[in-house]
Design a protein around this ligand. Structure first.
Ligand SMILES: Nc1ncnc2c1ncn2[C@@H]1O[C@H](COP(=O)(O)OP(=O)(O)OP(=O)(O)O)[C@@H](O)[C@H]1O
Length: 299
């Protein structure tokens, strides 16, 4: 695995606000990473630091194994961290030609990138005639002009309608399928779930989880159960079972969280042997949303 970016104990304080708190994680080549957290959790500040537009307070980050300076490394990075800004009376192609000059990229990249973001048909329309979604797609095309190794996006679907959101997510997946590494910040769990392979969950600048998206749900699940008879007997039997770590009552049923793998048949047999006949038994896995809420609320 080739490491594109490595953050080590990164810290940022704005006066008394601890925006980024001892944050460490690695970005490996070819994956799609989401930094997921509620508003104000430090996502934009983190992106700002790694892109050299925000000064860190302490800690470190290194691009491409630290073999080159951040200034050189950023030439291999495409990023959109602010609202896209182009010349309103110029067409998409005219705007991109300007970017090509700044980035020293040949003009023949323009058509290729406009096709990738589905704007080729509208390439000669003035920027001011574009919808918000089209403006965002043009920004993506612009960030891709120099064939960056990693594309960084801050809340890429903010403010878009469902169709616009769908298009942007589809394009992000297409870009990823060509081998470009992607790092995006989002407060939307479903966005990260749909688009990303890996996620760093942060709250108040603190990392709560970093790893594969499906790793958040890597638990043994829980049982929902109930009895028509004496509930105390049920709770006491569950408490004695070595595979059950927690029991709580929710509405009209009991929730028994599993510490180890245990099947519904096994728990049913165990309880029956203890004189308990269940009126309700379901084994469930927590949804990503439940896990995310548990992570962000309890820490
Ligand atoms: N320039 C600044 N001066 C002072 N405080 C700041 C500054 N930039 C960010 N902050 C504070 O740092 C914290 C993290 O903000 P940041 O914008 O990084 O969060 P975020 O997760 O990107 O949130 P959002 O999704 O709302 O943009 C917030 O409490 C914010 O108010």
């Amino acid at each position: 695995m080739e490491t594109i970016l490595s953050l080590k104990n990164l810290d940022k304080k704005f006066g008394s606000v601890h925006a980024v708190n001892n944050l460490s994680f690695d970005i490996e080549k070819g994956n799609v990473y989401g930094i997921l957290g509620p508003n104000g959790s430090g996502k934009s500040t983190t992106l700002g630091i790694i892109l050299n537009v925000v000064n860190k307070t302490s800690g470190s980050f290194s691009w491409f194994d630290g073999s080159i300076s951040t200034h050189e490394a950023l030439k291999r990075v495409g990023a959109i961290i602010e609202r896209p800004n182009f010349y309103p009376y110029m067409t998409a192609v005219q705007n991109l030609k300007l970017i090509c000059k700044i980035k020293d990229v040949p003009y023949n990249k323009i058509d290729e990138k406009l096709k990738l973001v589905n704007l080729f048909e509208r390439k000669d329309s003035k920027f001011k005639t574009y919808s918000l979604g089209m403006k965002q797609r043009l920004a993506i095309a612009s960030a891709l002009l120099n064939d960056p190794e990693i594309l960084i996006l801050d809340e890429p679907t903010n403010g878009l309608d469902p169709q616009g959101i769908h298009e942007i997510r589809k394009i992000i997946k297409e870009i990823a399928s060509t081998g470009t590494t992607i790092l995006l910040a989002s407060h939307l769990l479903d966005e990260v779930e749909k688009v990303c392979t890996h996620v760093v969950v942060i709250r108040n600048g603190i990392k709560l989880y970093a790893g594969p998206v499906n790793g958040i749900t890597a638990t043994n699940g829980y049982f929902e159960l109930n009895v028509d008879s004496d509930a105390k007997l049920l709770v006491s039997a569950l408490e004695k079972h070595p595979s059950i770590s927690d029991i709580k009552q929710e509405d009209d049923k009991f929730i028994a969280t599993l510490e180890n793998e245990l099947s519904a048949t096994e728990i049913n047999n165990y309880l029956f042997k203890n004189g308990i006949v269940l009126s309700h038994l379901v084994k469930r896995m927590p949804s990503l949303e439940q896990q995310f809420l548990t992570l962000t609320n309890n820490n």
